[in-house]
Design a protein around this ligand. Structure first.
Ligand SMILES: Nc1ncnc2c1ncn2[C@@H]1O[C@H](COP(=O)(O)OP(=O)(O)O)[C@@H](O)[C@H]1O
Ligand SMILES: [Mg+2]
Length: 223
């Protein structure tokens, strides 16, 4: 069985916005995948169905051997603990430091202070943000904020990572750095990493599978 599977999934927002139409695909462990589509194609909706912020109107979603579209809501926090999510709108706290953003998810998972500190140190060096550890987020550049979002999503070493337009507001150099972090994480941890992007120019930069999303419908093709 695939690691993540969409079976004939449709999502209609009221009153009648057809965001996804009969979407079927499956992802294996360790795959690095782009989901490419124009603004409004349904990329964020696709992710929100996996994180259970939304539920499909029709169809089934399976993750790691379990059906998640109808998962008991009491179990949703456990599902989310297994995911790493880079949100399209970042969702950082301006007054928190870089360090606080990195250790917070580990404390939620019950890790002790010593272990969390070690993990944060390692991540800071991976991100190249060692010198900014105690900076408040409001003092960071756009590229640094985006890297921090990636670091926060990866720090608990999830097996499925969803990155929503992680290069959306970045110059080319920072965009490549961010993608490289995600790509190398996928290789190192054998994690499935899905990167949603509207930017076709990114597709050739990494040996990735590409799923195209057009007005809520998927198709796959060669880049
Ligand atoms: N909460 C919502 N309520 C109603 N319509 C929505 C909602 N979220 C997204 N949509 C609509 O669904 C479609 C897909 O949106 P979205 O998933 O955000 O696409 P993308 O991330 O590819 O830009 C768009 O037409 C958008 O306006
Ligand atoms: Mg989006």
């Amino acid at each position: 069985m695939a690691f993540l599977e969409f079976r004939n999934v449709s999502k209609v927002y009221p009153p009648n916005v057809r965001a996804l139409e009969n979407v079927t695909f499956s992802l294996e462990k360790g795959e690095f995948v782009f989901v490419q589509g124009a603004t409004g194609a349904g990329k964020t909706t696709l992710f929100r169905l996996i994180t259970r912020e939304e539920r499909p109107t029709k169809g089934e979603i399976w993750f790691s051997g379990r059906r998640i579209d109808n998962l008991d809501s009491q179990l949703v926090p456990f599902l989310r603990q297994r995911l790493g999510v880079v949100f399209q709108d970042l969702e950082l706290v301006p007054e928190w430091t870089v360090y606080e953003h990195l250790v917070a998810p580990l404390f939620v998972l019950g890790m002790n202070g010593r272990e969390a500190l070690q993990a944060a140190k390692k991540m800071l060096s991976l991100l190249g943000l060692e010198d900014k550890s105690f900076f408040q987020v409001r003092c960071l550049s756009g590229g640094e904020k985006q890297k921090l979002c990636v670091g926060r999503a990866l720090i608990h070493r999830p097996k499925l990572v969803l990155a929503d337009e992680p290069t959306g507001n970045l110059d080319e150099v920072s965009a490549m750095e961010v993608l490289k972090l995600l790509f190398e994480f996928s290789r190192r941890e054998k994690a499935t990493v899905v990167v949603a992007t509207h930017n076709r120019a990114l597709l050739g930069c990494f040996p990735a599978r590409v799923i195209f999303l057009e007005k809520g419908r998927v198709w796959e093709g060669e880049r």
